[in-house]
Write a protein that binds this ligand. Sequence first.
Ligand code: DP6
Length: 333
Amino acid sequence: MTTTDRSARAVACTNIALVKYWGKRDAALNLPAAGSLSLTLAGLGTETSVRFVAGSAARDGDRVTLDGRPADDRAARRASRFLDLVRARAGLDLAAEIVTSNNIPTAAGLASSASGFAALAVAASAAAGLALDGAQLSELARRGSGSAARSIFGGFVEMAAGERADGVDAVAHSILPPQAWDVRLVVAIATEAAKAIGSTDAMERTARTSPYYASWIASVAPDLAEARAAIAARDLERLGAVAERSCLRMHASALAADPGILYWNPITVRAIETVRELRRDGTAAFFTIDAGPHVKVLCAAADAPRVQGALATTPGVLRTLVAAPGPGATRTE
Ligand code: DP6
């Protein structure tokens, strides 16, 4: 029997996809149907500690605390299922205490599952005594949430769809470190309400019922190649054009599902108009939207105050925030 607790703590930042992930090739292993590409965001993320309790048994159940309160059943079960993967891999039969806190201002559509499962992968594997490299951590984080595989790394990150049935090649890797390109992502918060349908269910419905799903998936590889080239050239206009069309095509495939999935609200459309006006006036600013109504705008660091000002005065926008490229997930003391 283990006589001392084993614990570790980690932090991870969320990320925003510029080439979207929307659809799976395998639900059980959470393998994406296509690749994706993202920017990890400084200062918006999750801190998680995991303690495997000496003398306990996994069947005793884990204790999960989320932002200072016991997690609801659904979140607690999802965390426990994830820990089961770590326990199996480490040959450990101990219950765990997970304490996690998000500093992401709203839960609606700002992808706390990306930073959440990245931080949990790093903390849980370290607490269990596993020494995993970046690719292995990314593979593990992917089992929690596809977008979490990208938050293991900082800056610009590409996630591979992979080809193998076991998923070892469905992992992310860094394509540009955070300090290599001084861009910003300005977020316009368009509601405080939780999203109507989660991304896991929505992408499953899109794949099953949308007549546009196959063409959406076929569009991803050329967009990835274009985004990679734009990042290598530090060409914001080129990257921004890919980001906008990837976002619009992802949402178009979801809109055409049955029943249709619409994440936008009137404020989303107004914020898109603001971005297009900024561009007409000569500011290089480009929008993307995830599984919620918020609009996220990519721009140069020097233009961030102007972009933020324009979004903050767009009628209906509740708040704005600005994030720089951030680091990958790390273990902390
Ligand atoms: C719209 O990573 O939340 O944010 O793998 O089912 O947990 P699961 O899905 P998730 O989906 C993210 C969808 C998205 C686009 C993206 O981040 O690429």
